[in-house]
Design a protein. Sequence first.
Length: 352
Amino acid sequence: MRFEFYDAHLRRVSRSFAFCIPRLRPRLRRQVALSYLLFRVADTIEDSPFAAARREELFDAFSSLLEERDVHGAERFAAAFEARATDAERLLIEDLPVLLADLQTFPVEARTAIVTTLRSMMNGMRYVLGAFGGELRLPDAGAVDLYCFFVAGLVGELLSRLVALDRGLTLDGPLLVDAHRFGRFLQKVNIIKDATSDRALGRELLPDGVEGSLRRDAEGAFRYVLRLPPSCDDYRLFCAWSLFLGLFTVARSRNGDGASSRHEEVSAMLAGIESIAADGHALTAQFERAAASLPLADAPAPRFVPDTRLRGVTTKLTREQLDELGVVLCVTRPALGRTDAPSAALSRRSAG
């Protein structure tokens, strides 16, 4: 599949990632783009106006399609969203048969990682919707952290697995914790940015205390960027751009700035990040300036404890590492493989 096909969809559903993903090397670029588009299909189910039972059917149908070459099933799935999704979402779902066919061409380890992550994400979405009456109305910052674990932290973990597979590297637990913080920070930025429109749709994802955790997650996200080795220079730039775009968005949101000249500001900022992406000291100085507007880190959010309905979530994190993230979860841990050495970093040498 030519990347232009993915890029057209990315530009419709996410301008930020449409800008960042093309900087990755071709094989990783294709895997990350397809993963993101499949995650957006799951988001569309979560956000759909269907009754809870119908949403469950759609989650089940999508999960089944991930392993099947069922073009007609994919077409029936797409038909369910007619007039129930935005134009961009509907176009994406109509192309689901093409996306799923391309997924089947991926190396088995990458394909398994993507499918496992997507199913874990959807099981988390099901839990959150069921726990709060079928609507995304999160009561406290602990519930937000759990929700972000499912819809963004697991994505950070997947990205780490894909880059490790692509470059023949190994992973360690501390890096995966910060990969989750990287995803969680970006998700909280979206929550803050979209709070007004979410409330208009009956969703509440920004209870008191969420903004106080931004600095802690941003610092973890930045540690993640710094630890990526020279062989991951393209992925390091992808992550650095995503992180600094998030910091830029938060600063503008807190200042109440309008959108005028935003494109020029963003372009200049990203060009500056690209010029120093390999220089840890310069990047650190830039991060400290960009993060200065974030509130000081509050005490950790109270842990939200899921009940026994939560099942089918897989992560490579240990219980101790989940505890570090403030997440209480019964999880399945996949078997260790070449990307999972328990004490090895994401590098064969130190990453500066």
